[in-house]
Write a protein that binds this ligand. Structure first.
Ligand SMILES: *Cc1c(COP(=O)(O)O)cnc(C)c1O
Length: 463
């Protein structure tokens, strides 16, 4: 037998591996197809290395760790948790709002088995999925009625389709906005079957612009929140009260797509200059729509609050079946809304509000702790705490800067871009930003419970 032949015969067969100690173990933990694929690939690779001379020896044991790594890759889930070190609290690409402990617990409770999703426990007959959050939506928004859809885009779509299909909707030119590329007011309008009637100019729209546009085919007046930008300077928009009054005079419903709705008056915390949902309802607007996973800090959903007769029509629209909210979302949403029954509790327990409203000193202390732990485990790297600013994100509070503290890292042996990439591709991905040649880890959006993981990930990336 030649030398090469002797080496090749040291390679185990797929069958030997699968029946061996490791193989049996893997089959308990991973799908059989992935285990077999990984074993085959690693053995094939070793064989070709031996044949080409790239490897000169092989012991069966040294292939097991490689197989294990490969199985891990094949069977790893695509959607996974990451650490958000960007400081952007409502980061759409990173999944927007984190749920509160109670909301998570309620999802677990409902997900594990059957529920009364559409079953009326009083009568023993078919029930209504929307009934579960109606009362809470009314209480928290002060509206007569409320309903939730799959997301806010769906909420806007169904409102327009229900109230204005084939008829005209008046919108100010300053509010024909695009949100995140996939939601453009004119496109949603077309999709709903409504006809867009633009009025005013980009910077100024007056009440008489709306008045002049009203005709017998007008179905709705729509106001859209300028979620992700600000027009400054020579500007004018019509107040909610004035628009609501015009709608009442002419018997035309008025709707406000608020986008990032907040149920707490944040002015008291010195950071908000826009009305909360309750205030909009009180202004006389007939319908208001907002997201569940922006400032509200709940699951992806689109909430509609407003006049009973309009919500009733929306409920009966056949589209509501296509756009309906699922039971896990409902479970998270109900628990999230319940927390707003006590505003102080909501601020403590809702992660989104908590991250936005936490004191600067708290952020600074966290940044210092992260920096100290990093300095202890990493040599030859300049690590310091710097003051910076973060954003709310998610179309909330545009242009508003929140002072924050970040850990700044200037790596010695690799470039800052390499560091950013390694962190992003790490076992627990860390998403950070680069500023002036340094990597910044914003402590605002880092959970205390994630600090150790963060330190380990950064040490690994620099090690
Ligand atoms: C974010 C936003 C939307 C889209 O809401 P989703 O929940 O992402 O579907 C629509 N309108 C406005 C004004 C927004 O800010």
């Amino acid at each position: 037998m030649g030398k090469r032949q002797a080496l090749l015969s040291k390679l185990p067969s797929v069958d030997e591996v699968i029946k061996g100690r490791y193989g049996i173990d893997w089959l308990k933990k991973y799908p059989r197809a992935y285990v077999l694929k990984a074993i085959r690939e690693v053995i094939d690779l070793r064989r070709s290395e031996l044949l080409s001379g790239a490897a000169t020896d092989v012991s069966p044991e040294d292939i097991y760790p490689d197989i294990e790594i490969r199985i891990g890759h094949l069977s790893s889930l695509s959607l996974k948790p990451v650490l958000n070190a960007t400081g952007v609290v409502i980061h759409t690409n990173l999944g927007r709002a984190a749920l509160s402990a109670r909301a998570i617990e309620n999802v677990r409770r409902v997900a594990a088995g059957y529920s009364n999703l559409e079953y009326d426990l009083e009568t023993g007959k078919r029930g209504e999925r929307h009934s579960h959050i109606k009362k809470l939506l009314c209480e928290t928004t002060c509206a007569e009625d409320g309903i939730a859809m799959n997301n806010n885009a769906a909420a806007v779509l169904i409102c327009l389709n229900t109230l204005a299909k084939g008829r005209e909707v008046i919108v100010s030119r300053g509010e024909l906005v695009e949100i995140g590329g996939s939601f453009r007011v004119p496109d949603v309008m077309t999709g709903s079957g409504a006809i867009l009637r633009e009025v005013g100019t980009t910077n100024k729209t007056h009440i008489h612009d709306y008045e002049k546009a009203i005709n017998e085919n007008t179905a709705l007046i729509l106001k859209v929140h300028q979620s992700n930008f600000r027009i400054q300077g020579f500007t004018e928009e019509v107040s909610l009260e004035r628009l609501a009054a015009l709608g009442r005079e002419r018997s035309i419903p008025v709707m406000y797509d608020l986008g990032s709705g907040c149920l707490i008056n944040l002015k008291a915390y010195g950071i908000y200059s826009e009305p909360e949902v309750q205030e909009i309802v009180r202004s006389g607007i007939d319908l208001v729509t907002f997201s569940g996973d922006k400032l509200l800090g709940g699951p992806q959903a689109g909430l509609i609050a407003g006049r009973k007769e309009l919500i009733e029509k929306i409920r009966k629209n056949p589209l509501s079946r296509a756009l309906r909210i699922d039971k896990l979302t409902l479970a998270a949403l109900e628990a999230t809304l319940m927390e707003y029954a006590d505003a102080e509790k909501a601020i403590e327990e809702n992660p989104t509000l908590n991250m936005l409203l936490q004191g600067l000193e708290v952020i600074k202390r966290r940044a210092k702790k992260i920096a100290a732990l990093l300095t202890k485990s990493i040599k030859n790297t300049a690590i310091k705490v710097t003051q910076d600013s973060s954003q709310a994100g998610g179309g909330a509070l545009p242009g508003k800067e929140f002072p924050t503290y970040a850990v700044s890292i200037k790596p010695e042996n690799i470039s800052v871009n390499d560091l950013e990439e390694r962190l992003r591709k790490g076992e627990v991905p860390v998403i950070a930003r680069i500023k002036e040649g340094c990597l910044l880890l914003d402590a605002r959006t880092i959970n205390n419970r994630d600090i150790d993981t963060l330190v380990r990930s950064v040490s690994a990336a620099l090690g």
